[in-house]
Design a protein around this ligand. Structure first.
Ligand code: PLP
Length: 442
């Protein structure tokens, strides 16, 4: 056995533990195997992201072909590589609303940082440099870099890091279970949320607000599905104040919800859409920030004043991840992955429905291949957060890897999962739940 210590500064982990982490060494289909040879169904597709599973040969071949042909060429001074250019055209082609340009980065965080900078640059180019503020949700997750982390609402992303909260405003979480809106109908809740949103803008001064950023379904904040009519009303307010709308489709893009983009399903008209994860099925890091026609025209106009658009990374449009992304999109379209998600999603919905009304369950929610079970730890005499972790441990014992946000356990399996495999996943989860709830020791 390797020594029981980790020399890695482990992302999103309790660093003080300093023990050897759970180490995954192989993957195939919807399963991964660890260094001890144990196999697990991956109920969260890595980090909501390995959409085509762990053994898609076409993605490996696309990477190898590109490595052999041109392993790298970056984008600068009006020079780029053929693959990045072709991928940008592919994305404009499938975008849910007319998009002018696509910017490439390496992660969801940098896609959101880029979107925030583009929103400010847009206003600056229109002679309104004072429009710098960004509104996001208190339960929104947009990444951990300086700007994306500032827009992320979850407190532990902020603690100790001195993020820039001055220019970032926090709107109420559109959570139907929000304690302040308990007992309200859906439309009353939307009214209440809109009042909060308007007040936030008025207090900040509309002339200082650049953009609002939101996930269509809020993932890491606990799988929150906003009430019906929420985004339609919100978009009216944004349009009235000339505030740009950034849709963070880092989780929802490329099939997860049963459409190529959740923007279409939720009737959104964002100015900018950020994507990553499923763009390459996470085989290689790449993000794409899709910039609407109005904003991209203004970016071009703005850069006229300076000469060069001052944003980009060495690896923007790296040809190898771009080739993998092109192949991923080809597969997603050829196999109609969004259609497959719609076909198998009822298996997940049925599995989740069985938890409604259970003793330790506060809520159950799902959409496409996203699901969440929110536990009520107090109902079974536990501290908040303990039940989610206990069920995760029990699920691991039963060969299933999941994630918990507090007491909400989330499901986001690879999109290639079959109906039977979802049934098996939910059986393992159900058994794990009973292992914990029926046994006070776990
Ligand atoms: N946006 C959303 C909605 C996410 O879920 C995530 C990551 O989980 C990010 C942005 C940040 O992406 P990354 O971790 O690739 O920086």
């Amino acid at each position: 056995m390797p020594e029981a210590i980790s020399h890695m500064l482990e992302p999103h982990s309790a660093l003080y533990l300093d023990t050897r982490p759970h180490v995954i060494t192989e993957g195939s289909g919807i399963e991964v195997r660890d260094e001890d040879g144990q196999s697990f169904v991956d109920g969260v597709a890595g980090l909501w992201s390995v959409t085509l599973g762990y053994s898609e040969p076409r993605l490996v071949e696309a990477a190898t072909r590109q490595m052999n042909k041109l392993p790298f060429y970056g984008s600068f001074n009006h020079r780029t590589n053929d693959v990045a250019l072709a991928l940008a055209a592919d994305l404009v082609d499938i975008a849910p609303i007319p998009m002018g340009k696509v910017f490439f980065g390496n992660s969801g965080s940098d896609a959101n940082d880029s979107a925030i900078k583009f929103a400010r640059y847009y206003h600056w180019s229109q002679g309104r440099p004072e429009r710098r503020k960004i509104i996001s949700h208190s339960c929104g997750y947009h990444g951990t870099t300086l700007a994306a982390g500032s827009a992320t609402g979850l407190p532990h992303i902020h603690h100790g890091f001195g993020l820039d909260t001055g220019d970032f405003l926090s709107a109420h979480c559109p959570n139907p279970l929000h304690p302040s809106s308990r007992g309200m109908s859906e439309s009353e809740q939307v009214d209440w949320l809109m009042e909060d949103f308007e007040n936030l803008i008025e207090e900040a001064g509309p002339e200082t607000v650049a953009a609002f950023i939101s996930e269509p379904i809020l993932g890491a904040g606990g799988l929150i599905i906003p009430p019906a009519g929420y985004f339609a009303r919100l978009q009216e307010i944004l349009a009235r104040h000339d505030i740009l709308f950034i849709a963070d489709e880092v989780i929802t893009g490329y099939g997860r919800t049963g459409s190529m983009f959740a923007t279409t399903e939720f009737g959104l008209s964002p100015d900018i859409i950020t994507t990553a994860k499923g763009l390459s099925s996470s085989y290689l890091p790449i993000s794409a920030t899709l910039v609407g026609e109005r904003v991209s025209a203004a970016l071009a106009e703005g850069s006229k004043q300076i000469g060069t658009f001052g944003h980009g990374f060495t690896y923007s449009g790296h040809p190898v991840p771009a080739a993998v992304a092109r192949e991923t999109l080809a597969i997603v379209r050829e196999r109609d992955i969004p259609g497959h998600v719609r076909d198998v999603a009822p298996h997940l919905a049925r599995g989740l429905d069985k938890f409604r009304g259970s003793e330790a369950v506060r809520d159950v929610r799902g959409h496409g291949l996203l699901g969440g079970v929110e536990f009520d730890a107090a109902a079974v005499g536990r501290e908040p957060g303990q039940l989610g972790q206990a069920v995760l441990r029990a699920a691991k014992e039963r060969g299933l890897l999941l994630r918990a946000m507090g007491d909400t356990v989330v499901f986001a399996p690879p999109l290639i999962i079959t109906g039977e495999q979802i049934d098996d996943l939910m059986e393992r989860f159900t058994a794990a739940y009973h292992d914990v709830v029926d046994s006070p020791r776990l």
